[in-house]
Design a protein around this ligand. Structure first.
Ligand code: 5GP
Length: 123
């Protein structure tokens, strides 16, 4: 399917500097900043600067340079936040089933405590 990017989403506004953020790391193609409602002691969102809705949109359509930059930035965040020793979790929600709130690709980097099992059972 073809994704349509909504440039009024909150992360697009962050990228344009219209909304402040607590930046952890910025590279040519990627921005990492703290989640406004952290669900763990460390909760960082890593987003590409390009207009990608979700993970598959990004990895199927972005340039090699963007993909490498983004993935390396995730690793740099893990390292800079001191998560290598204790471990961490990376999550990227997509669409309705993934309960994605903001339609701009983001990877959650979570750590700083034992995070529990990966998924809660529904109903
Ligand atoms: P999703 O449910 O789409 O995977 O996650 C969206 C995340 O964005 C949530 O964890 C939410 O707390 C975070 N978030 C929503 N609005 C803002 C904002 O304005 N600034 C920051 N830093 N995080 C936000």
């Amino acid at each position: 399917m073809a994704y349509t990017y909504d440039d009024q989403n909150i992360f697009a506004k962050i990228l344009r500097g219209e909304i402040p953020n607590a930046t952890v790391l910025e590279t040519e193609h990627t921005l990492a900043f703290r989640d406004i409602q952290p669900q763990a002691p460390i909760h960082v969102l890593v987003i590409p600067k390009g207009p990608y809705v979700c993970y598959d949109h990004f990895v199927l359509e972005a340039s090699d340079a963007e993909i490498v930059d983004f993935n390396r930035a995730v690793g740099e965040v893990v390292k800079a936040e001191g998560l290598q020793a204790g471990g961490y979790r990376i999550i990227s929600n997509a669409g309705e089933a993934g309960v994605q709130e903001v339609p701009h690709l983001h990877v959650h980097v979570l750590g700083g405590r034992v995070l529990g099992r990966m998924l809660q059972r529904a109903g």
